[in-house]
Design a protein around this ligand. Structure first.
Ligand code: IVH
Length: 675
């Protein structure tokens, strides 16, 4: 028994090292060495060992990233050294003034100084403690002296190393090491997060900063675990061993330890160059992957920084260069209500057009009706509109002093703006929904969502509106029954446009199962959740027969989504849809990725009928050379019937029965090129 335990301990140690090595490759460096499946296998093996020998569970084990029970509240912690904030400059003159001030305090001429310029990340500041290389505690900045202990939440961040290498090549790690950084949500993750929240009936976040702070300060770490939080560190707060002497070396050292550090860092040796760089970056701020509200200029030599000291809690050796605010004040002319694919009704502000940082804004998000009531935003108000990165502009609040008394309150809708059916308020009370399953506005949104996920080009909102208005589509799956004839009845559709759309619809049949699953539009099941689901339930059948409890055990999935999935499958209407999906030839199970997938016709099965321009055997060889398959009779598996001159007969009739799409030889060529 003792030797079993010893062997298990060794193996667990080895697995933890391997897992954190691959985690770092994947999440920090973006250069994975093994497949997701291989990675999951390592984690599964470790979990099994820890289940068998609970005494082997360590706080830094990668299995401890999720699943902690909610904390009662956050414990207060005192920081080992004050977590200072920065003085700021907003112009070249202010930068020069800062430089003049510090020059006077230094014995050496400042012409020999070098400066590091980093983005000023706009997220939540965190202070992370490592003892002998192990992550032991993480806190918010709080008031700079004391912060809140959010260790359990921080552990869920995959970009946070639970262990830093004490003895990897290079400099060793001090026994106690405290680093400072910022937790952010990347702009590329922000919209998807809000979409997911809204789909789950929760209020969206106003901006990535609020989203990061709100997600980290959750009492239940399982919620933080589901949010796309990222950590970037930039300084060492305290250490009881040797650490680098410059800021540039500090960044390199922290990176070596396995932390993510900001990538957009400049080393400049002259203040004029620093000021020029700041000017350029004002224009380029939207190229940062995260929201940055400015730059931080730091004297590279940390001894010089120390010598300069701090005044009023702000170090003299560094300064924040703030970007101009991306906001403006304008008049709120009205509110438009739009219906989303789940029936949720969202208000959009219609504004007197106003320029914000070079872009004219005439519409902005009002978030939800609670946010409107809370901020008391009224039609006719002068309102503050903000923009952040590429995020949709939003109304942050009214200018109360500008009120004239003629402003009108904004009422939540009582009827759906599209189908006029009564609107209901959800249980949580934040969202208003149209629950009419036949609501055309919902269908248009479901259709464009489906088309986007299935990569059907040319099926934007305009086309979707036409298809729904004409009654050609009653459910997104009906797109597989569209014909040249029906498309030609739509305004603006000629043969070319119609055949391109048909080819693109046809090509979408090759989309993998996880895409198809996401395209169903089940609440909470976007592309990320769909891939998680598919790795456990490799077919629609398997998922359909799973219980909510089974589904909820998939890592990264909560009980609400699990319930939504089971509910979706329990609706008879959805059984018809599943049957249609099968007959349309969509992938309803996980297919092994093969090299063939890169070939344009991979995964597609063709049947040929009628006379073609080339001998049939030649066309067959050509299809096969592009990865397609040719069979002799039409079955539900057939992707297309290729029709030559004078089609007819059994194949043709069978294809009509099965709604197999028919394409001409020309369309087939277009399809091979389109993919
Ligand atoms: S240096 C003494 N560098 O901006 C060191 N701060 O008032 C002072 N911030 O909330 C901080 N990105 O946490 C530094 N690259 C960066 C930063 C950064 C964001 C935050 C900081 C604080 C505020 C500065």
């Amino acid at each position: 028994m003792a030797s079993d335990l010893a062997a298990a301990r060794d193996r667990a140690r080895q697995l933890r090292d391997e897992i954190s090595f691959h985690n770092h490759r994947y999440h920090v460096l973006d250069r994975p060495l093994i497949s997701d499946g291989q990675f999951d296998a390592l984690v599964d093996e470790l979990r099994q060992i820890e289940r068998d020998f609970p005494e082997l569970v360590t706080p830094d084990s990668p299995t401890q990233r999720v699943g902690h029970q909610p904390a009662e509240g956050f414990r207060k912690v005192t920081h080992p050294a004050p977590i200072l904030s920065l003085d700021k400059a907003t112009s070249r003159d202010e930068l020069i003034a800062w430089h003049t001030r510090i020059s006077k305090l230094l014995p050496e001429p400042t012409s020999s100084l070098a400066y590091v310029v980093e983005p000023k990340l706009d997220g939540l500041t965190v202070v992370l403690h490592y003892d002998d290389g192990q992550f032991v505690m993480g806190a918010t900045r709080g008031d700079g002296q004391t912060g809140e202990d959010i260790t359990a939440n921080l552990r869920t961040l995959r970009t946070l190393p639970l262990k830093v290498p004490v003895d990897r090549d290079g400099p060793s790690v001090p026994h106690h090491l405290v680093v400072r950084g910022e937790v952010v949500i990347l702009l590329s993750d922000f919209d998807a997060l809000n979409e997911r929240l809204v789909a789950d009936g929760q209020p969206p976040f106003a901006n990535p900063r609020n989203a990061a702070a709100g997600s980290l300060r959750q009492l239940d770490p399982r919620i933080s675990a589901q949010r796309p939080l990222r950590l970037f560190v930039y300084s060492i707060v305290s250490a009881d061993g040797p650490i680098p002497a410059t800021q540039s070396d500090t960044l390199a050292y922290l990176e070596h330890l396995g932390f993510g550090v900001p990538a957009e860092v400049a080393m400049l040796d002259d203040l004029n160059r620093v000021a020029d760089y700041c000017d350029t970056m004002v224009q380029r701020r939207s190229t940062f992957p995260y929201e940055a509200d400015g730059l931080v200029i730091k004297i590279d030599d940390l001894a010089v920084q120390a010598q300069l000291g701090a005044v009023g809690g702000r170090p003299r050796g560094a300064i924040a260069y703030k970007f101009p605010a991306q906001e403006a004040v304008t008049t709120l002319r009205g509110v438009e209500y739009s219906v989303g694919r789940t029936g949720i009704i969202t208000p959009t502000a219609l504004l007197e057009p106003v320029g914000i940082a070079g872009v004219t804004v005439s519409r902005a998000s009002l978030h939800n009706f609670d946010a409107i009531a809370e901020r008391d935003i009224r039609i006719g108000d002068r309102v503050v509109v903000k923009r952040a990165g590429d995020v949709i502009p939003y109304v942050s609040g009214p200018v109360l002093d500008a009120r004239t008394g003629s402003e009108q309150p904004i009422e939540p809708p009582v009827a759906c703006p599209s189908c006029q059916e009564p609107v209901i308020r959800d249980e949580g009370g934040i969202a208003y929904y149209c629950i009419n399953a036949a609501c055309p506005a919902q269908l248009v949104q479901r259709l464009t969502y489906f088309a986007a996920l299935m990569d059907i080009e040319g099926m934007g909102e305009r086309t979707a509106v036409q298809l729904v208005d004409r009654g050609l589509v009653h459910d997104p799956i009906d797109v597989y029954e569209l014909t040249m004839e029906s498309l030609l009845t739509l305004e603006g559709f000629g043969e070319k446009k119609a055949s391109n759309l048909l080819a693109s619809i046809a090509a979408s049949r090759g989309q993998p199962f996880d895409r198809v699953l996401a395209a169903l539009g089940i609440r909470g099941v976007g592309t990320t959740v769909a891939s998680l689901l598919v790795s456990r339930f490799p077919s629609l059948d398997a998922l359909q027969s799973a219980s909510a409890d089974d589904i909820a055990t998939v890592e990264g999935l909560g009980p609400i989504t699990a319930r939504a999935i089971v509910d979706w499958f329990s609706r008879p209407r959805h059984h018809d849809i599943i049957a249609h999906m099968a007959s349309a030839g969509l992938n309803l199970h996980k297919t092994k990725p093969t090299l063939l997938a890169e070939q344009p016709l991979a995964g597609l099965t063709f049947v040929i009928t009628g006379t073609l321009s080339r001998p049939r055997s030649e066309v067959q060889a050509w299809i096969e050379s592009l990865g397609g398959k040719v069979t002799g009779s039409v079955t539900p598996k057939t992707s297309f019937l290729v029709t030559g001159a004078d089609p007819g007969g059994t194949k043709y009739n069978r294809a009509q029965e099965l709604h197999t799409p028919m394409i001409t030889e020309e369309q087939l060529t277009a399809l091979a090129k389109a993919k």
